[in-house]
Design a protein around this ligand. Structure first.
Ligand SMILES: Nc1ncnc2c1ncn2[C@@H]1O[C@H](COP(=O)(O)OP(=O)(O)OP(=O)(O)O)[C@@H](O)[C@H]1O
Ligand SMILES: [Mg+2]
Length: 321
C-alpha cells in the first residue's frame, strides 16, 4: 500500500530525509519512531503529496505521489502533528466541510458524520463550538475527520502528543478499531515507545535515515539479554571500569547490557567490588533501549530520566508477570 524507494528531501543544506526505503502492506500498521527533527513529519508530508521530494520515489496504492497527487489524496487521510481544526466552528461543521471537500455524496454526509462522531464518542457534543473542547476531544474530532472519507491509508503524525495517558489509550482504541474493522493501513509517527510497540513494524529514524526496520519483537530480541541500571555515581563507574564491565551513562544512570544467562555472574562480580546494588534495576530491552543502542541518544532527553525510566520498568515488569 505504501512503497518508498530511496526517498531524499533536502532543505538547502539540511538533509531532512536521507535515502529511506520501506514498504507497508495493506492493512498493516507502520510506526516511525524518532527524536525531534529526525525527519518524520517531512516523510509524511512527502507521502501525503504536500511536499515534493528532492529525489527518490513514493507510491500509495501503486500511485506516484508526485505524478498522481490528486488520486493519491483521494485514498489518504491525515491527522497532522499540529492542530488543524477550525475552532470557531462546531464539531459537525468541521466534519461537514471536510466531507464536502472530499465530495462525499450529499445524501450520505449526515449519516457518515454521525457515525464518525459516534465512533469517537462525540455525538452528544456535535453542535458545540470546537473552541470549548478539551485537547483530547479535539484530537478525537481530528481522527473522525481524518477517516470521514474512508481513506485506504491513514497518516497520523504524533496522534497523541501532549495528551494524558488515559486519553492516549482511548485514542489508540479508536485507531486500532479503524484498522481492525475497516482494514485501514496505518502510518504513524510517535515519540512514545509503547505506541510504536503496537505497530506491526517499526522504522527507527535518526537524522533522516532509517537505522533499523523490523517488528517491535524482533527489534528487541536482536538486543538480547537484559540490562542492569544503576545510578551514575563516580564510585560505581570507577568500580565497573575496574571489573572491565562495559557500560553507557545517560541522564544520571549507568546502563550495562548483559547477555542472556549471565546476569547472576555479572551481579556477583559487582557485589565482589562492593558496588551498592540497593538502587539497582534489571530491565528487559525496550524500544527505547534499541533506539539508544543504535543512535547513542535517547528519543527524548527526559525519556531516560529516572522517573520515566521507572515507569518504563514497571510497564515491562507488568507485561511479563
Ligand atoms: N520547511 C522547512 N524548511 C527548512 N528546514 C526544514 C523544513 N521542514 C523541516 N525542516 C528540517 O528538517 C528536519 C526534519 O524535520 P521534521 O519536521 O521532519 O522532523 P520530525 O521528525 O517530524 O520532528 P518532531 O519530532 O519535532 O516533529 C529538521 O532539521 C527540520 O529543521
Ligand atoms: Mg514532526
Amino acid at each position: 500500500m505504501i512503497q518508498v524507494e530511496h526517498l531524499t528531501k533536502k532543505f538547502d543544506d539540511v538533509v531532512a530525509v536521507n535515502d529511506i526505503s520501506f514498504v507497508v502492506k495493506e492493512g498493516q500498521s507502520f510506526g516511525f519512531l524518532g527524536p525531534n527533527g529526525a525527519g518524520k513529519t517531512t516523510t509524511i508530508r512527502i507521502l501525503t503529496t504536500l511536499l515534493p521530494p528532492t529525489s527518490g520515489k513514493a507510491r500509495i496504492a501503486g500511485l506516484d505521489v508526485t505524478k498522481a497527487s490528486d488520486r493519491v489524496r483521494e485514498k489518504i487521510g491525515i491527522i497532522f502533528q499540529d492542530p488543524s481544526l477550525d475552532e470557531r466552528l462546531t464539531a459537525y461543521d468541521n466534519l461537514y466541510f471536510h466531507a464536502a471537500l472530499y465530495r462525499v455524496p450529499r445524501r450520505e454526509i449526515r449519516s457518515r458524520i454521525d457515525k464518525a462522531l459516534a465512533m469517537v464518542e462525540l455525538l452528544t457534543s456535535r453542535h458545540k463550538v470546537v473552541k470549548t473542547f478539551s485537547g483530547g476531544m479535539k484530537r478525537r474530532l481530528e481522527i473522525a475527520r481524518g477517516f470521514l472519507h474512508m481513506p485506504r491509508v491513514l497518516f497520523l503524525d504524533e496522534p497523541t502528543i501532549g495528551l494524558d495517558p488515559q486519553t492516549r489509550k482511548v485514542i489508540w482504541e479508536y485507531i486500532n478499531e479503524l484498522k481492525r474493522d475497516f482494514g485501514v493501513t496505518l502510518f504513524l509517527t510517535t515519540h512514545y515507545m509503547e505506541e510504536a510497540d503496537d505497530s506491526d513494524r517499526v522504522g527507527i529514524i535518526h537524522q533522516g535515515a532509517i537505522v533499523s526496520l523490523d517488528s517491535p519483537e524482533r527489534l528487541k530480541r536482536k538486543m538480547g539479554g537484559a540490562q542492569i541500571v544503576l545510578p551514575s555515581k563516580d564510585e560505581n563507574e570507577r568500580k565497573l571500569k575496574n571489573l572491565k564491565i562495559a557500560f553507557r551513562t545517560l541522564n544520571d544512570h549507568v546502563y550495562i547490557d548483559v547477555a542472556d544467562g549471565s546476569v547472576r555472574d555479572t551481579l556477583n562480580r559487582m557485589i565482589g567490588q562492593s558496588i551498592n546494588l540497593d538502587e539497582m534495576i534489571i530491565t528487559q530491552p525496550t524500544l527505547e533501549d534499541v533506539f539508544i543502542k543504535l543512535t547513542g541518544t535517547a528519543i527524548r532527553e527526559e525519556a531516560a530520566g529516572p522517573m520515566e525510566h521507572l515507569r518504563m520498568v514497571r510497564r515491562v515488569r507488568g507485561k511479563n508477570r
